[in-house]
Design a binder for this molecule. Structure first.
Ligand code: SPV
Ligand code: MG
Length: 286
């Protein structure tokens, strides 16, 4: 039985008109994303934090996020794009982060231009950005830390999240692209895709642009492709589905005193064994 070998993110980006990534919080959710046909997995900082019962507020360490991303990448052949928050500290931390993620076989990471410690973008809290020149220097530092040309660095701007407007988002993204970022992630909490579309209309660099349509779910993958997006990330829908499913299941069992009424809707154990590749493991002589 062979271990899973993953494609690099760069190779997937080159072969797709638009890359569709699903957020995952552990290896099992990553496997399910791959089986559903997604091109990449987003190792979500929100998801990994939530699966520890903690807020997405730089409480877990780089090692925790790396262990989660690595566990995902070991089980899927599509690339994992690791959400590395604001880079876990200063430029030295970012350098160490690039070394460690690259050595662990992760081929794409994203860092955002918020101050460390950060808070999740959808929380009504301080969303303070670093000065753009400061983050551009961080991008240069990160790019000079990678060992292989294959490694892909996404610079994420939180200008729209921080209420700084499209002109500032564009100014920042241009600086980050010029500093060597391989991709630009423009995050928005608008209710429609119009804000991201305006950004894309004004975008005049070859650097691919990525969007996360969480608050604008009506913006379909077709809309994203038409607008010139290179990748869409469905960052937290899987996590939210897990919460709904687990809550419903636990509540019903607790109330009914048995699982009888639920059984028809539950994945059979045979499906769990298949997700674990149990048959292949059984081929290995003990
Ligand atoms: C995450 O999934 O952790 C993200 C995306 O960074 S969001 O939560 O939408 O900010
Ligand atoms: Mg995140």
């Amino acid at each position: 039985m062979r271990r899973v070998i993953a494609k690099s993110f760069r190779s997937v980006l080159a072969e797709r008109r638009i890359v569709r990534a699903a957020g995952a919080h552990d290896a099992l959710s990553a496997i399910l994303a791959q089986q559903a046909g997604f091109d990449a997995v987003w190792a979500s900082g929100l998801g990994v934090s939530a699966s520890c019962g903690l807020p997405d507020a730089s409480l877990l360490t780089m090692r925790d996020y790396l262990a989660a991303a690595e566990a995902m990448q070991k089980r899927v052949s599509i690339p994992v794009v690791a959400d590395c928050d604001s880079g876990f500290g200063d430029n030295r931390n970012v350098t160490y982060m690039v070394h460690e993620y690259e050595a662990a076989g992760i081929t794409a990471v994203s860092i955002e231009d918020k101050e460390f410690p950060k808070m999740n973008s959808f929380v009504a809290d301080r969303q303070t950005l670093l000065p753009a020149s400061h983050f551009a220097a961080r991008i240069e530092t990160a790019k000079s830390a990678q060992a292989s040309d294959e490694f892909f660095l996404i610079a994420r701007t939180e200008a729209l999240i921080g209420g700084l407007g499209i002109d500032d988002a564009l100014r920042r993204a241009h600086l980050y692209a010029d500093a060597g970022a391989d991709g630009i992630l423009v995050h928005s909490k608008a209710k429609t895709g119009a804000e991201v579309e305006k950004f894309l209309q004004a975008w005049d660099r070859p650097t691919p642009v990525i969007a996360i349509p969480t608050t604008y779910p009506d913006w379909s993958v077709k809309d994203a492709e038409r607008a010139g997006t290179a990748m869409v990330i469905y960052a937290n829908q899987g996590l939210r589905a897990c919460v709904s499913a687990l809550r419903g299941t636990y509540l019903a069992m607790a109330a009914q005193g048995s699982s009888a009424s639920l059984e028809a809707g539950l994945a059979p154990l045979s499906e769990i064994f298949s997700l674990q590749r149990l048959a292949e493991w059984q081929q290995v002589r003990p």
